[in-house]
Design a protein around this ligand. Structure first.
Ligand SMILES: Cc1ncc(COP(=O)(O)O)c(C=O)c1O
Length: 410
């Protein structure tokens, strides 16, 4: 029996109401384009929130995954899964790190990283290990990862939160040096290289270098959450590589499997042996289908030069947005790198999501005021120009119309 392709009259009476959804039901996609069940076409500027690295129905990925599904989808981690070693070796080659643990999502990767940090601390005699985290950070929605997250909206209603986090402002070297001087329980720093949900806020290269230095000086682990900004999105395999540093632990997910759920922590020598047998595990992590998705995603990215594409098309997209929105009152900032771009407005702009969908464009709005673009890394220059052509008039109209949310002029 085919899966139902059309929305029933009353949409989703049995699905829990955890998402504020638009009334658009998607049917299929190709490249950077998606169609809904009514036949309307959308340019996908969101890529499933930085997941669809290769876009939709990629002609090289589909046959590879179809073959894998016909051979073996899942076994268990009681037996060797040769594709795990293949993907792990590749991730180590690309990152300069040494060992990988596989899971299925970003929060799971971050949970594993937090467990490593705590055990690393206990192993060296710190009884109550603490971890430095950041204002406006987002690391997931499990109890531990939402506790590490720096967004009161994500945490509200879920207390008591997990203890053992010390929060500092982003890009403030003096603040982290002060923590190092005052708090001997700290064992790790946990940091997004570009804050995604927090509003596409980049960590500066100087700050990344400084944090690496502080971690080395104090024997801390540097954990860089590249769940959203990693896997080629910024034009390098991993966003921290722009700073020429290496983390000790790097959580990955989202773009790693091009839509098949794959998560990982990639570890260097200080962290790779912290977990021993029985310390961590997951049923789905590293299954043959997920591993094949990771292996093929990276192979196709290399074959098709998608890092360079992300850098050049991303730069063209940002330049187009800057050109079209130059001098527009209400546009506070346009920032980001490669195909991770945020346009910060001076007011909440969630309604742009629906307006964009009506105009045939998929985007996201995060941190209330930031329009975010995370398209597939196969985006062409022409498609980037189409995003600019659809989005900028919407933003201008939105900012021109007085709304309840418009700040009073002084
Ligand atoms: C930086 C970062 N870390 C972790 C997560 C959580 O990933 P997941 O939704 O797969 O659990 C996200 C999700 O947006 C993220 O952006």
């Amino acid at each position: 029996m085919n899966a139902p392709d059309r929305l029933p009259a009353s949409p989703e009476p049995h699905v829990m109401k955890t998402y504020g959804r638009l009334p658009v039901a998607l049917s299929h996609g190709r490249g950077c384009w998606v169609w809904d069940t009514e036949g309307r076409k959308y340019l996908d500027g969101l890529g499933g929130i930085a997941v669809n690295t290769l876009g939709h129905a990629h002609p090289k990925l589909v046959p590879a995954l179809t073959e894998q599904i016909g051979k073996l989808i899942h076994t268990s981690n009681y037996y060797l899964v040769p594709l795990q070693e293949q993907l792990a070796a590749k991730l180590c080659e690309l990152s300069g790190l040494t060992n990988v643990f596989f899971c299925s999502t970003g929060l799971e990767a971050n949970e594993a990283a937090l467990k490593i940090a705590r055990k690393y601390g206990h192993d060296k005699g710190v009884e109550r290990p603490e971890i430095v985290v950041y204002e406006a950070a987002f690391h997931g929605r499990s109890i531990a990862t939402l506790s590490a997250t720096g967004n009161p909206k994500v945490q509200a209603g879920f207390g008591p939160l997990v203890e053992g986090f010390v929060r500092v402002p982003l890009n403030d070297v003096a603040a982290i040096e002060k923590v190092a001087a005052m708090n001997k329980n700290v064992v790790a720093v946990f940091l997004e290289v570009i804050q995604g949900e927090g509003g596409v806020k980049p960590t500066t290269i100087e700050y990344l270098k400084a944090v690496r230095r502080v971690c080395d000086a104090n024997g801390w682990l540097l954990i860089l959450d590249e769940v959203q900004c990693g896997m080629g999105r910024t034009g390098k395999w991993f966003a921290h590589q722009w700073a020429g540093i290496r983390p000790d632990v790097m959580p990955l997910a989202k773009g790693l499997g091009s839509g098949v759920p794959v998560g990982a922590i990639v570890c260097g020598p200080k962290a790779a042996d912290v977990f021993g047998p029985g310390n961590h595990g997951t049923t789905f992590g590293g299954n043959p289908l997920a591993m094949r998705a990771g292996v093929e995603t990276i192979r196709i990215m290399e074959e098709d030069g998608l890092l360079a594409n992300a850098a050049t098309v991303g730069a063209a997209l940002k330049a187009g947005l800057e050109r079209e929105l130059a001098g527009i009152k209400g546009v506070a900032d346009i920032r980001g790198q490669g195909l991770m771009i945020g346009i910060e407005l001076d007011r909440p702009c969630g309604e742009l999501l629906g307006r964009a969908a009506s105009a045939g464009l998929m985007i996201s709005v995060t941190a209330d005021k930031v329009v975010r673009l995370l398209p597939a890394l196969i985006l062409s220059a022409d498609e980037a120009a189409q995003i600019v052509a659809i989005l900028c008039p919407l933003i201008k109209d939105f900012l021109a119309a007085p709304t309840a949310a418009t700040p009073a002029s002084s």
